[in-house]
Design a protein around this ligand. Structure first.
Ligand code: SAH
Length: 218
């Protein structure tokens, strides 16, 4: 697969995202730059710019580009924002956020995915601060809190309390909530110290969020 093939395919994906309703130009610009083929392996590379989820290691998935774009748009990312991501997976969502100028803190519970994504992110963004952590993201990452935005890329049974507490006033928490097969995307906005507005949006389907304030599992 040549470099030219991927460059053209990447531009094609941006076109698809625009047609599907993504309007934030900063999001679209990032999709036009980040090489998704680096985040999938072997035979999936040639399908990297189809608007579909693809398998990665440990029975997990790299989310569909439209979903990544939609969640990023809902976060309302601005350069220099600090964003916490729960569920690094392939690292692609973290790369989109970094490309938009955010400082990214991302947590993954599978050690293999944590090490693989960390090395790809280091290679692609040698000068950018992307902090990767191995562990349970349902308890957040209090050291760097509060965050301008928090994005959870796995389906939760309920909204983890710790994440609400680690959000800045005015910040957005984007999280799929439901059962282990299907969820509703929620955009939660912290209005002040103790009030949150909860906007339930479209139906989605994510792998389960497993942890202390998530599903139990191995
Ligand atoms: N954002 C990813 C999507 C990966 S799928 C990407 O762009 O590729 C969701 C990921 O969440 C999986 O890798 C899964 O292992 C991870 N995950 C599930 N529960 C978690 C938890 N409690 N803490 C951290 N990661 C979790």
């Amino acid at each position: 697969m040549s470099r030219h093939f991927f460059t053209e395919a990447r531009a094609g994906l941006v076109h698809i995202l625009r047609e599907r309703g993504i309007i934030d130009e900063a999001v679209l610009q990032a999709f036009g730059v980040v090489p998704r083929e680096h985040f999938v392996s072997g035979p999936f590379k040639q399908r990297a710019y189809e608007d579909i989820a693809l398998p990665i290691d440990k029975h997990q998935t790299i989310s569909q580009p439209f979903t990544v774009a939609r969640m990023t748009e809902l976060l309302e990312v601005k350069p220099n924002h600090t964003i916490l991501e729960i569920g690094t997976g392939s690292g692609y969502q973290a790369a989109i956020l970094a490309e938009m100028g955010a400082s990214v803190y991302t947590i993954e519970r599978h050690f293999e995915l944590y090490t693989a994504s960390r090395s790809i992110l280091k290679e692609l963004f040698p000068a950018t601060a992307i902090q990767c952590r191995f562990g349970d993201g349902t308890i957040g990452w209090s050291e760097y809190a509060p965050y301008d935005g928090i994005v959870v890329t796995a389906g939760a049974p309920e909204i983890p309390d710790a994440l609400l507490k680690q959000l800045k006033i005015g910040g957005h928490l984007i999280i799929p909530v439901g059962n282990e097969k299907s969820q509703i995307m929620h955009c939660i906005v912290r209005e002040d110290e103790s009030n949150y507005a909860d906007y339930p949006l479209e139906d989605v389907s994510f792998v389960p969020l497993i942890g202390k304030q998530g599903w139990s599992g191995s």
